[in-house]
Write a protein that binds this ligand. Structure first.
Ligand code: 6PG
Length: 227
């Protein structure tokens, strides 16, 4: 994957990178609501996007028109501190006037496979996601699509994930086809732990995150030095 000025935005700090992504989400939201009266946003999990979400608390957005989806979710009970939904709620969603029904959480009460089936059914409501925000793991996974895991090759909108190398073992992830069904996608990768994998990706390593189409990568100097 070759990066250029249009596909990689490099900032000195993680804070600047997060602020840039937040600005992009604000403009994408305003444009989508102006054009289609709705904004379908896929949120990234993990820890990296938390600062971006916090920065959006003060954004003047038509929150009643925003639908939040999760690129993936960990198979944990509602409210568990390790859930991606919990992080997003604490950082942003519980601080803005979202409509409860517009936060499309993934629930595992009936098990992981049933959670994926139910989520895929909900996702059918959306023709195209207006904005997909993703992170990336040190092994080049994104959402919960891990290298050499069968979930990566699924054509389903949402797929159960087993034997995840990153705990918990079980998850639900949006499938590659769903993640690539977007008007705009940004991959936020900051911190020194992402430096090696980002270099490998720039040299063509065939990793799950490399299969995300038309993404703009947003990185900081700790993760990317173009020397
Ligand atoms: C998860 C995330 C995962 C995350 C990456 C990066 O459930 O863990 O969805 O895909 O985005 O692992 O995680 P960090 O941002 O914590 O480095």
């Amino acid at each position: 994957m070759s990066f250029d000025a249009s596909t990689l935005k490099h900032f000195d700090t993680a804070q600047q990178a997060a602020a840039f992504v937040a600005e992009q989400i604000v403009s994408a939201c305003k444009k989508a609501v102006e054009q289609r009266d709705v904004f379908h946003w896929v949120l990234a999990g993990g820890s990296t996007p938390e600062l971006c979400y916090r920065l959006l608390r003060d954004a003047d957005l038509p929150w009643g028109k925003v639908h939040c989806w999760f690129g993936d979710e960990r198979a944990l009970p509602a409210g568990d501190p390790q859930r991606n939904e919990t992080m997003a709620r604490l950082a942003l969603l519980d601080h803005v006037p979202m409509l409860a029904g517009h936060i499309h959480a993934i629930h595992f009460n009936q098990g992981t496979e049933a959670a994926a089936i139910a989520y895929a059914r909900q996702m059918k409501e959306v023709s195209t996601f207006d904005f997909v925000l993703l992170g990336m793991g040190e092994d080049g996974h994104t959402a919960s699509l891990f290298p050499n895991n069968p979930a990566l090759e699924s054509a389903e909108l949402a797929v159960p994930v087993y034997q995840s190398p990153k705990p918990p073992l079980e998850r639900v992830s949006m499938g590659l086809k769903a993640l690539n069904n977007h008007q705009q996608c940004m991959i936020l990768a900051t911190g020194s732990s992402k430096k090696e994998v980002l270099k490998n990706i720039s040299l063509g390593a065939p990793l799950p995150v490399s299969r995300i189409d038309r993404a703009v990568w947003v990185v900081d100097t700790a993760a990317w030095s173009n020397k």
